[in-house]
Design a protein around this ligand. Sequence first.
Ligand code: HEC
Ligand code: HEC
Ligand code: HEC
Length: 228
Amino acid sequence: MLCRTRTQHALSIAAGVSLAAGLLAGCSTQARKKTLSVLFDGVTDTPRPPTQRVRRDLLKEIESLKQQAAQAKEEAAQAKIAAAAKSASPQADEKPRPLEAAKTWEEAAKLLPSTEDMPDWSKALREGLIAPKPGVEPQAPRQPVMSLDVEMVPEADATYKVVFSHDAHTPWLSCGNCHPGVFEMKRSANAITMDKINAGQQCGVCHGKVAFSADACTRCHRGLAEGQ
Ligand code: HEC
Ligand code: HEC
Ligand code: HEC
């Protein structure tokens, strides 16, 4: 609030000054005197035009007001960013989660749910056991989660159907992590195969490296789990 009033104030001063400067530059001596008598007490109907000194002081004043206005504008922009970051990460004020108190990986692993003998980070996120920050920068903006499922059915065997969930990926990753570098943003536009995944391409860019491994068949091929 303080910043906004200051900005408005500084901006209106700046607007007033540049108007005055415009008038001074463009008008007749008579009109100039009039303007100056409004701006300065000392200038009255004396026949002398404004001295060099008055002009120079006025220009200096204009310059300093312009700077003030620019600074206030910058401060207001910064305040806006800080406010947005605060509202975007409300968990910043919450008390730490039990998992965050773990001192070693062994301690942490015991507190995590697991699927196919691997930590199930997606489940941990859904259950609120973890709450990853949106970035290392304190003001990193939280990105919106996108709900879009893409069904992928291998021609050879439909039991290996995969439903790729954007809902499960966008809490961790921004669109640019996958599009267009890893996947074209179009259904069925990427011929995905296990060979490529196992070679560290496509889903394998992350799965087997920073996300659960490509050996956990049933996590992607849900049909296999249901058939068991
Ligand atoms: C990270 C997810 C993921 C994991 C884990 C995974 N797959 Fe796949 N798999 C896929 C995707 C995606 C496709 C391609 C689906 C399509 O569009 O046809 C696929 C396709 C297949 C196919 C069809 C033929 C081919 O090679 O493309 C078979 C068979 C298959 N997977 C078996 C397995 C087996 C067995 C495992 C475990 C050892 C496994 N998958 C683990 C994602 C995964
Ligand atoms: C973890 C990787 C990943 C991330 C992150 C990701 N996508 Fe995707 N996206 C995919 C895959 C895989 C497909 C399916 C491609 C295929 O079928 O060949 C896809 C498909 C799409 C499609 C095409 C849907 C259709 O019906 O044709 C759109 C649109 C899309 N994504 C938008 C986004 C947007 C917007 C974001 C960020 C909010 C995003 N994606 C984040 C992997 C990702
Ligand atoms: C850019 C990295 C990245 C790519 C590419 C990627 N994933 Fe993931 N995926 C993740 C991360 C991170 C998680 C969450 C951490 C974990 O579960 O290990 C995840 C989780 C998942 C989950 C668990 C969802 C849940 O709700 O349990 C599935 C299933 C999955 N990915 C399938 C796929 C498939 C299929 C592809 C390829 C079409 C793919 N992923 C490509 C990073 C990626």
